[in-house]
Design a protein around this ligand. Structure first.
Ligand code: AMO
Length: 425
C-alpha cells in the first residue's frame, strides 16, 4: 500500500518515521555531494536533504518519500532525509519571479504581471487565506443569527449607487450594466427571508488608480428586516466583526505572524460620531479642512487616529450622513439620513444604514435624485407590498483584508485584481 500523504505542518508528529510529501519545489541548493530541497505545500514549507539527486527547476511539482529527523535549524524544526524523489510536473523555465524572495511592495507591477505564479508566494497566499477565513466567519456568524444566503444578478438594467462608475454592457441589443452592488435585490429579498446576506463580486468603473479602489471587488452584503433604526444594523455589524476577529485569532495566527500583523480587538460598543461632528473634530483637533460633503481620505485617517488615541478603538462608526452624500434609498431624517460608514484603521470599509421602506417616500426620493422611475420599477414596485423597516450594510472584503494585514494596496488582497490598466492575468 502507498504511504499516505503527510502535510509539512504535521512533520513533528512523524519524527523518525517515513513520510510521503507532495508539493512544489520552493527553493533548492546543490552542494555537489548533497542537495537541499525546500518543499512547499498548502500547509507550509519543509526542508529535505538527499544525495545524488538532480533537482528540477523551482516551482516544479514534486513528491518526496523520506524519513523525518528533528533538525533545529530547519523550518518547523524537522528535516526529511530523501529516499525517493519524484518530479510530478517539471517547470519548463525558471519562474519569472523568485517566489521565496518576494516581499510586499517589491516590484509590485511585476508581481501583478506574473500573478498566476507570484500568487503562490507565502505572503501572497496568506493574505488570500485570511480573506477566505473572513468570508467563512461571515457565513458562520450570520447563519447563527438566522440569515439566509442569497445570490442576485450581476447583469442589471440600472445602477444602484448612482455616480458615473457603471460598466456598460450590450445585452442582446439592450443597454445593461455590471452590478455596482446587490443593494436593490438584497432589499427585495428581505421581503422573502427577512435576514439575508450575499458574498459576491461587484463592479465599479473607477477611472482613478488609488490604493483603495478596485474595478472588481468582493462585497460582503447584509440586509435585515424588522429593525427599529440603523442602530440595530450597527449593533449587528459590531457583533459580526467581533465574531470574525475571534475566529481569525483561532484560525489564522500563522498568517498574521508571517505578515507581522495583529488582530484588533472589537469594542463591545464601537464608538459612533455623527458626520458633521466628525468633520468639525478633524478641523478643530488637527487643523484639517474637509472638502466635499463626506470625509476625505485624510479626514478618515485623522478621525481613526483620534479614536485609536482616545478610546483605543481601531473602529469608528460615522453616522447621520447628509442626503447629498448618500444614494436615493437611504432613509431620510430631516436634512440627514440614517446612513453610516464604518472606518477601520483610517479607511472606510463599510457603508450601511436604514433604507426607505414606504412606497410614496421612495418615489419622492427617486424624483428628488432625478433618477428614471421606469428603470427602477423592478425594484420600487415591491414597496407596494408591505416592505418592513429594514437596513443593512456592505463590507469591502479587500479593504478589510488589506487593513488587517498592513497591506498598502487593495490589489494585493485580491487573487486577480482588475484595475484601470489590468485585465490580465
Ligand atoms: P459603498 O459604495 O460605500 O456602499 O460600498 C461599500 C464598501 O465597499 C467597498 N468599496 C470598494 N472596495 C474596493 N474598490 C472599490 N472601488 C470600492 N468601492 C467600495 C468599501 C465600501 O465601504 N450598497 C451600499 C452598501 C449598503 O448600504 O449596504 C454600497 O455599495 O469598503
Amino acid at each position: 500500500a502507498t504511504l499516505p500523504r503527510t502535510l509539512t505542518r504535521d512533520l513533528g508528529q512523524h519524527d523518525g518515521q517515513r513520510v510521503r510529501l507532495q508539493g512544489f519545489l520552493h527553493a533548492r541548493r546543490d552542494l555537489g555531494g548533497v542537495q537541499f530541497a525546500v518543499l512547499r505545500d498548502v500547509s507550509g514549507i519543509a526542508q529535505a536533504v538527499g544525495s545524488g539527486l538532480s533537482l528540477p527547476l523551482t516551482e516544479s511539482s514534486i513528491e518526496i518519500v523520506g524519513t523525518v529527523k528533528a533538525h533545529p535549524k530547519a523550518p518547523g524544526g524537522y528535516e526529511v532525509q530523501i529516499e525517493d524523489f519524484r518530479v510530478l510536473s517539471a517547470a519548463r523555465e525558471p519562474a519569472p519571479v523568485e517566489i521565496p524572495k518576494m516581499e510586499w511592495n517589491v516590484n509590485p507591477e511585476t508581481m501583478l504581471d506574473y500573478r498566476y505564479v507570484s500568487v503562490r508566494g507565502l505572503k501572497e497566499r496568506a493574505a488570500l487565506r485570511v480573506q477566505a477565513q473572513i468570508v467563512r466567519a461571515f457565513h458562520e456568524h450570520l447563519d447563527a443569527e438566522g440569515f439566509t444566503e442569497i445570490s442576485t444578478p450581476k447583469i442589471v438594467s440600472a445602477g444602484a449607487e448612482g455616480g458615473a462608475n457603471l460598466f456598460k454592457l450590450d445585452y442582446f441589443g439592450e443597454q445593461a450594466y455590471l452590478a455596482q452592488s446587490p443593494q436593490l435585490y438584497k432589499q427585495i429579498m428581505v421581503g422573502v427571508f427577512e435576514r439575508v446576506y450575499e458574498v459576491a463580486p461587484v463592479y465599479r468603473a473607477e477611472e482613478h488608480a488609488t490604493s483603495r479602489h478596485l474595478n472588481e471587488y468582493l462585497s460582503l452584503d447584509v440586509e435585515m428586516g424588522f429593525i427599529e433604526s440603523e442602530e440595530d444594523v450597527m449593533n449587528l455589524q459590531n457583533r459580526l466583526l467581533a465574531s470574525i476577529m475571534g475566529r481569525l485569532r483561532e484560525r489564522c495566527s500563522a498568517e498574521f505572524a508571517l505578515l507581522g500583523a495583529t488582530i484588533p480587538d472589537v469594542p463591545a460598543h464601537i464608538p459612533r460620531i455623527p458626520l458633521l461632528e466628525a468633520r468639525a473634530l478633524v478641523t478643530e483637533k488637527f487643523g484639517h479642512t474637509v472638502g466635499g460633503k463626506d470625509l476625505d481620505p485624510e479626514a478618515e485617517r485623522l478621525l481613526s487616529q483620534h479614536y485609536a488615541e482616545t478610546e483605543g478603538s481601531d473602529w469608528v462608526f460615522v453616522t447621520k450622513y447628509p442626503k447629498a452624500a448618500r444614494p436615493f434609498y437611504a432613509y431620510p431624517e430631516g436634512d440627514v439620513t440614517r446612513g453610516y460608514d464604518l472606518l477601520f484603521r483610517g479607511i472606510e470599509i463599510t457603508s450601511g444604514g436604514q433604507r426607505i421602506n414606504e412606497y410614496d417616500m421612495l418615489m419622492q426620493s427617486i424624483r428628488d435624485y432625478r433618477l428614471n422611475p421606469e428603470s427602477l420599477a423592478g425594484y420600487s414596485e415591491v414597496f407596494k407590498f408591505g416592505m418592513p423597516p429594514h437596513g443593512g450594510f456592505a463590507i469591502g472584503a479587500e479593504r478589510l483584508t488589506a487593513k488587517l494585514l498592513g497591506i498598502q494596496n487593495v490589489r494585493y488582497a485580491r487573487a486577480f485584481p482588475r484595475d484601470r490598466h489590468r485585465l490580465t492575468p
